[in-house]
Design a protein around this ligand. Structure first.
Ligand code: ATP
Ligand code: MG
Ligand code: MG
Length: 534
């Protein structure tokens, strides 16, 4: 049996499943409806979908709803939305709770076979006994006693709720997962689907193998921190003579400066340190999608991780660099100019009244579309650019031509307050050091659009929080940065979620309007310097 269980070798580079037959593979993604999905879930979901497609099989989305204390219908809806943000649709949607009758019957079967016993050992003592490999005082209780206690558990009586049901596997196996794990416990909180029908719920350790087997799952993908529980998974299947399932394990995804635990993410939301579950600083599917992560990049990244077993904290840079390669060929190019200390520039030789030209939105791909570029006598430039010019320097006005700096006026703090330039269209742009973005000053015929550029830092200041670190000691004091800017009227055509490049600034995703301003969130491009604070 062990051979069948060794489902994968560490050196298998090609992404495939063992003993997989075309048309017969069934995989499942089993989120608990207790929060929103994050990038770690995306790995699990995408690998499951990938194998189901690869073998022309089926993907089950199974809500793993065995703990009414944490679960809500609302989270089922949001999880399905999260999955659709990943372009994942299951072939069916099921619930562990669909099988509560079956798991109950199977628990009775285990008790009758002498393979499970009820236990009211107090939790701390049970933990100690399991740690030391000491048998519970109830381990050898009679089948009759066990059935009686289990029926009291089922009724949720005051006496019943003190008990739990444990699989009788081993007292002292080297693998602690085999030391009589709890397989059923009481919970009087109503379940979001089954209401108060049940007072007892199977644990993950019991429900997962049972439901996998019953639902026809052929390959169960699990993160390898469960590896020592694999033996337990197979024990349940053997003990109940259920159809075997292959386990294919992969490493849990972690990122530096990032929390991927629902509990900790809840803490940030509850303390209003983020604006919600879709905050661009959040590693949730909504958060990263809102920040401009594409499904294509996520998928490439996850499949490249594939069968790796190494549990390491990855850098965000690598996935953002993949994303950049995806968006660069298709992102329309626009210009934005920082509003603060903006510099009006008189361009001698420019048309007296505004002229409009159509230019491609992407220089390498005309199918991206066209934009209108307005040429006027007075244009606007950023202070940083204007301040860098030498007297008489020849620079290039992008999409226009070269110009010579003729004169500048300087304000009380040394800032440039205005510039005059002479167009020099015969000049060679290859000879200039500076290619400058600019915008036509608004006139009657054309306008500029007020925008806000947003950039974000990590939410926490430590690469990897340890178990006993308190999150609140490591919250980045300021992690959102806003800058006012202008762009031209071309931006009016954008829809929320559109990705563009503001040339010389970077890639941005249009996040909608706020207080009459269009907001653009900077999309990290994988270069280390892209954090606003660094
Ligand atoms: P959390 O600890 O955040 O509550 P969880 O693992 O309990 O997460 P589930 O909803 O039970 O969340 O997870 C559903 C699936 O996603 C499981 O198969 C789980 O293994 C997988 N998964 C969760 N987190 C990660 C991660 N960081 N990397 C890879 N897979 C993950
Ligand atoms: Mg879980
Ligand atoms: Mg977890």
């Amino acid at each position: 049996a062990n051979k069948a269980r060794n489902t994968k070798t560490a050196a298998s580079f090609a992404l495939g499943l063992q003993n997989a037959k075309q048309g017969e593979v069934v995989t499942r993604f089993p989120p608990e409806p207790s929060g929103y999905l994050h990038i770690g879930h995306a790995k699990a979901a995408m690998l499951n979908q990938y194998f189901a497609k690869m073998y022309n099989g089926k993907l089950i989305i199974r809500f793993d709803d065995t703990n009414p204390t944490k679960e809500k219908t609302e989270f089922e809806e949001t999880i399905l939305e999260d999955l659709s943000l990943l372009n994942i649709q299951g072939d069916s949607i099921t619930h562990t709770s669909d099988y509560f009758d079956t798991t109950y019957d199977l628990a009775i079967q285990l008790i009758k076979a002498g393979k499970a016993y009820t236990d009211d050992t107090e939790q701390a003592l049970m933990r100690e006994e399991r740690g030391k490999g000491v048998a519970s005082a109830h381990r050898d209780d009679s089948v009759e006693d066990n059935l009686k206690h289990f029926s009291e558990m089922k009724a949720g009586t005051p006496d019943g709720v003190r008990w739990c049901l444990r699989a009788k596997i081993s007292v002292d196996d080297q693998n602690k997962a085999l030391r009589d794990p709890v397989i059923y416990r009481c919970n009087l909180i109503p379940h979001h689907r089954t209401g108060d029908r049940w007072k007892i719920y199977p644990t993950y350790d019991f429900a997962c193998p049972v439901v996998d087997s019953i639902e026809g799952v052929t390959h169960a993908l699990r993160t390898n921190e469960y590896r020592e529980r694999n033996a337990q998974y197979y024990w349940m299947i053997d003990a109940l003579a259920l159809r075997p399932v292959h386990i294919w394990d992969f490493s849990r995804l972690n990122f530096i400066y990032t929390l991927l635990s629902k509990r900790k993410l809840h803490w940030f939301v509850d303390n209003k340190l983020v604006k919600g579950w879709d905050d661009p600083r959040f590693p949730t599917i909504r958060g990263i999608r809102r920040r401009g992560m594409t499904v294509e990049a996520l998928s490439q990244f996850m499949l490249a991780q594939g069968p790796s077993q190494a549990i390491v904290s990855l850098e965000w840079d690598s996935i953002w660099a993949i994303n950049k390669k995806v968006i660069d060929p298709i992102a329309p190019r626009l210009w934005a100019i920082i509003t603060d200390n903006i510099v009006p520039v008189t361009v001698n030789g420019a048309p007296e009244s505004a002229e409009v030209k159509q230019l491609p939105l992407h220089k390498k791909d005309s199918t991206v579309g066209q934009k209108n570029v307005v040429y006027t006598k007075t244009i606007l430039m950023e202070q940083e650019d204007a301040a860098s010019f030498e007297d008489n320097e020849e620079i290039t006005l992008m999409d226009w031509g070269n110009a010579l700096v003729q004169s500048k006026t300087i304000g009380p703090h040394g800032e440039i307050t205005s510039l005059t330039m002479n167009l020099h269209l015969e000049g060679d742009f290859r000879q200039t050091k500076k290619k400058i973005t600019w915008l036509a000053q608004p006139t009657d015929g054309h306008r500029l659009i007020d925008i806000t550029l947003l950039d974000y830092d990590y939410l926490i200041t430590k690469k990897k929080l340890e178990e006993d670190d308190d999150v609140k000691d490591f919250v980045t004091p300021v992690s959102e940065f806003r800058e006012a800017a202008f762009t031209d009227a071309n931006a009016a055509a954008l829809k929320k979620g559109d990705i563009i490049q503001f040339e010389r600034k970077g890639y941005y995703i249009f996040d909608g309007a706020e207080d009459g301003k269009l907001e653009f969130i900077k999309i990290p491009d994988g270069r280390a310097a892209n954090l606003a604070s660094k």
